[in-house]
Design a protein around this ligand. Structure first.
Ligand code: NAP
Length: 526
């Protein structure tokens, strides 16, 4: 399929903007075709207004209609075939097998939300029937459920060109909730974005959905900010840097009508290796640690970037093994800019007084090539130097040796909010380090035992979020069925007759969904 380099605005491919940009193949450095046209101010405005118009229609669609639509998007993505994989590979340097897996995950997310909305319990229908003769005052009939927020802006992530991009988790959950979506595409993979947008457009047409339901715009963060500030926009989904997420959060909060921003940002994902585990499995843990650190060239938000253990021979053996493995790894990063930032971040951390480094963050002249690096410091240095608390996006990790169990706890308390925290330990370790686990629970959205945090399962119990600065809202998750809750709000109907209630709240329960009626979970009529 010939790429147009244009923007999809409410069903039409347009390119009225004057500015163009292009991207390079990160592996070869070669410029990729075509040039892409940045959306003009008028196109941004039109996308927003059309999304608002589409919301009036889309919020009235049934869960079955939305479910068919989501499944159709998955089908159309599949129909793009190998062209999608090859374009994504050329734009991101991610290996084919990873991209094929990511496409399956993307389609899986869409069908997961399709199943969820058909099943229906996610809207949390809650009914408290009237008690007219209650004394001293009668009780009204109260019925509550979730309703969609309105048009959502989604900022694609660089590191998941399919699963967290144009039709990724944010888009799928917003559409499932009943919200139109405008995607600000990532400039690292504009061709992949256009292909996926074409698939979504086909699904919109095939399912008779309003054209304004979905738009995909190419352009800069400034264009994205214009969308965030637009009065019809009601929420934002984002995955990327702390700087970017915070800028969007601040812009959304400064609006006359502030709106929620669900930004998933930096996380260093600390790993605590407790003495029993270190004594018995130092070498095996070092091996799996380095597999996790270098997976996807370290470009995962769950990359384990910090490792703590008690000083001693076992920790030295562990560090030596990790160093040895680091020397063997190099890979191509997503973009030259991301690689440049990786190299700078490693060099900045390595230059801190008291930090030792296993080597250089690049081993070749190619602008996007990165080598794995293991940095080492003691606890005192780590606690003093705030720059060591910042995420290094790429295949690097910092090993910190601590003088005592109390110092491990002090370190844990000093950490900012995280997506994950990991403990390696025996049963005896766990009994002895209860306080540490308690502290980590306050710091992270997901706690792992004897594993590593890369590889995030997409399922209802997943929590992919955490206290700031890991995200801007620690109550939310961007992975799993819970992600849909970001794009709805509760509404309570008081004393409405049956005929005027949504089906989900009617006595007959025509959708046969699980509800809470007078305090009891039930699918029965009431
Ligand atoms: P990014 O720089 O935060 O960019 C992500 C998106 O947000 C892009 O579309 C970007 O637009 C936009 N944006 C960035 N700053 C903005 C601002 N001030 N105002 C409005 N929009 C803004 O992230 P990236 O390009 O994916 O990667 C850069 C760095 O982000 C990495 O080196 C890494 O540190 C971090 N990162 C973290 C994660 C994670 O999950 N923790 C994932 C990916 C990246 P334009 O670039 O088009 O202007």
């Amino acid at each position: 399929m010939q790429l147009s380099g244009l923007n999809l605005v409410a069903g039409k491919w347009v390119g009225g903007g004057q500015k163009v940009f292009s991207n390079n193949n990160p592996t070869t450095g070669e410029k990729l075709s075509p040039d892409f046209r940045e959306a003009s101010d008028q196109e941004v405005e039109l996308a927003a207004l059309q999304a608002a118009a589409a919301f009036d229609i889309y919020e009235r669609t049934t869960p079955e209609q939305r479910s068919i639509f989501l499944r159709r998007i998955a089908e159309e993505i599949n129909n793009l075939g190998d062209e999608l994989i090859q374009r994504a590979k050329a734009e991101t340097a991610l290996p084919e097998a990873r991209l094929i897996g990511e496409r399956a995950r993307t389609m899986g997310q869409l069908t997961m939300f399709a199943d969820l909305i058909q099943e229906g319990s996610w809207i949390e229908a809650t009914i408290d029937r009237a008690i007219p003769d209650r004394k001293p005052l009668p009780k009204a009939d109260l019925r509550r459920m979730s309703v969609p927020l309105g048009p959502v802006v989604v900022f694609s992530a660089s590191n998941f060109p399919l699963a967290f991009s144009v039709a990724g988790g944010d888009t799928a959950s917003a559409l499932a909730a009943g919200c139109p979506v405008i995607v600000k595409a990532h400039r690292g993979h504009p061709g992949t974005s256009e292909l996926v947008a074409r698939a979504v457009q086909k699904a919109v047409d095939a399912c008779g959905m309003p054209a304004g339901l979905f738009s995909m715009l190419q352009g800069t963060g400034q264009m994205g900010l214009q969308l965030v500030r637009h009065p019809v926009i009601k929420a934002v989904g984002f995955t990327g840097s702390l700087r970017g997420g915070r800028a969007l959060f601040d812009a959304a909060s400064a609006r006359p009508e502030p709106i929620p921003v669900y930004a998933e940002m930096g996380s260093i994902n600390p790993v605590f290796i407790l003495p029993g585990a270190l004594q018995t499995k130092a070498s095996a843990i070092a091996e799996t640690l380095m597999q996790s650190v270098t997976l996807g060239v370290g470009q995962f938000c769950t990359n384990p970037g910090l490792v703590f253990g008690l000083r001693g021979n076992a920790f030295s053996d562990f560090a030596n093994k990790a160093n040895e493995l680091a020397h063997k790894f190099s890979g191509t990063m997503l973009t030259q800019d991301i690689c440049k930032r990786y190299r700078e971040s490693v060099e900045k951390a390595a230059s801190v007084h008291g930090v030792q480094s296993s080597g250089k963050p690049s081993s070749s002249a190619q602008a996007a090539d990165a080598a794995a690096v293991v940095l080492q410091a003691d606890a005192e240095t780590f606690l003093k130097q705030q720059e060591l608390h910042e995420e290094i996006f790429g295949p690097a990790t910092l090993l910190v040796n601590c003088g005592s169990p109390a110092e491990l706890e002090t370190i844990a308390r000093s950490l900012p909010g995280q997506l994950t925290a990991t403990v390696h330990g025996t049963d005896e370790d766990l009994a002895q380090y209860k306080n540490l686990i308690q502290i980590l629970q306050q710091k992270a959205g997901r706690l792992l035992l004897n594993g590593f945090p890369t590889g995030v399962e997409v399922c209802p119990s997943m929590q992919h979020g955490g206290p700031y600065p890991a995200t801007t809202d620690s109550r939310s998750t961007s992975v799993g069925t819970g992600a849909i809750k970001r794009f709805v709000r509760p509404v309570c109907f008081q004393n409405f007759p049956q005929s005027a209630l949504p089906p989900e709240l009617q006595n007959d329960n025509p959708r046969n969904i699980w509800r809470i009626v007078d305090g009891q979970f039930t699918r029965e009529k009431c």
